[in-house]
Design a binder for this molecule. Structure first.
Ligand code: NAD
Ligand code: TDX
Length: 331
């Protein structure tokens, strides 16, 4: 099978490329990535001679169309992915997440290629902290930020292209990922690399917001499950029952790195900060038989901390610029 993986030099995409090369040697992998600040060729170093890497923009039809034509399936990870950046400058989110997805959809329509769309649980908005409800495939869309609204818009484009043009597409909406190769702007790597740099972790607001954590390997295995067993036109939620408050995550990172549990700072909250996300992944589990292989957050986090400790050359070049941006925002 010839597979086009967009955003394969980013966090989840690079892990997907690694998993695919490792476990499915019959798949011929091409990565299309614009190498924005979030793309890192070093994340693909270990598989570089096993894949084709094309530097280009998913919104550029002249780049996209021949690559799609030469593929049997497209898995679309490429996106502007960070909420804080979307509040500072929304335009790249509209361009990449909406126009980029549109460009790919038109191309898979022209060439009759199978398409899988990677999306987020943030399209559903947020839940109250004391509400036992969780998101399901039928929860109405209600996104909060420029990031999540452009992801929601991209999902709706996919649904329309399925219904109007018969494009063979599936969508997955996953909860917060953690694991190796995640950019240091994101919550968990930021706090791990802060502590490794002798800096106190930074919690937005009071640290009571809840995220539903899943190991990136579990997300990517679910994507493969959907590619192989999913029904075209359908949406699947991916989550591993990993709800934690941000404060609890920071306390755990501090404990695992041998620090006092209260050695963190409370900083300016994110405007419009979603309170809680929680995924009900019953459909994926019962209809497609997927189960997480990293259900224990503490041990997954221990491994992730070890990865950042062992791979400072990977993250150090981005750390200072990232922290300078946060400092300017009082975070
Ligand atoms: P990331 O920011 O780490 O990586 C994004 C990659 O896309 C980078 O390599 C970047 O260079 C590339 N890219 C950006 N704009 C591009 C363009 N115009 N053309 C080609 N490539 C471009 O993001 P991530 O955390 O790996 O997220 C990947 C996908 O998963 C996104 O679609 C995101 O919405 C979704 N998602 C992420 C999470 C999470 O917790 N990180 C959870 C659910 C869903
Ligand atoms: O320094 C920080 N301190 C802090 O308290 C940072 C960077 C974040 N936070 C909080 C904000 C969130 O409540 O931690 C939580 C997680 O923050 P992010 O890592 O920025 O993730 P989030 O906004 O939840 O979005 C992530 O999950 C869903 C990904 O970035 C998205 O791409 C994905 O769709």
């Amino acid at each position: 099978m010839r597979m086009l993986i967009t955003g394969g030099a980013g966090f989840i995409g690079a892990n997907f490329v690694h998993q695919t090369v490792r476990e499915r040697p019959d798949v011929d992998v091409t990565v299309l990535d614009a190498m924005t600040y979030a793309g890192n060729v070093d994340s693909l170093a270990a598989v570089r001679d096993r894949i084709t890497l094309v530097e280009g923009d998913v919104a550029d039809v002249t780049v996209v169309d021949p690559l799609v034509e030469a593929s049997d399936a497209v898995v679309h990870f490429a996106a502007e992915s960070h909420n804080d950046n979307s509040l500072a400058n929304p335009w790249p989110f509209v361009q990449t997440n909406l126009i980029g997805t549109f460009t790919l959809l038109e191309s898979v329509r022209r060439h009759g290629v199978r398409y899988h769309h990677i999306s987020t649980d943030e399209v559903y908005g947020d839940l109250e902290l004391d509400d036992p409800a969780r998101f399901t495939e039928s929860t109405p869309y209600n996104p909060s930020s420029p990031y999540s609204s452009t992801k929601a818009g991209s999902d709706l484009l996919v649904r329309a292209w399925v219904r109007s043009f018969g494009v063979e597409a599936t969508i997955s909406n996953c909860s917060n990922n953690y694991g190796p190769y995640q950019h240091v702007e994101k919550f968990i790597p930021r706090q791990i690399t802060n502590v490794l740099s002798g800096v106190r972790p930074k919690l937005y607001g009071h640290g009571l917001n809840v995220r539903d954590w899943i190991h990136v390997e579990d997300h990517n295995r679910a994507v493969w499950t959907i590619l192989e067993k999913g029904t075209p036109g359908e949406t699947y939620l991916i989550g591993a029952d990993g709800e934690e408050t941000n404060r609890r995550v920071v306390e755990l990172i501090l404990e695992l790195l041998g620090q006092e549990p209260d050695a963190y700072d409370l900083v300016t909250d994110r405007p419009g900060h979603d309170l809680r996300y929680a995924i009900d992944s019953t459909r994926l589990r019962t209809e497609l038989g997927w189960e997480p292989q990293f259900p224990d957050f503490r041990s997954g986090l221990t491994e992730t901390i070890a990865w950042y400790r062992d791979n400072e050359t990977w993250w150090r070049p981005q750390k200072d610029a990232t922290e300078a941006r946060y400092a300017a925002a009082g975070q």
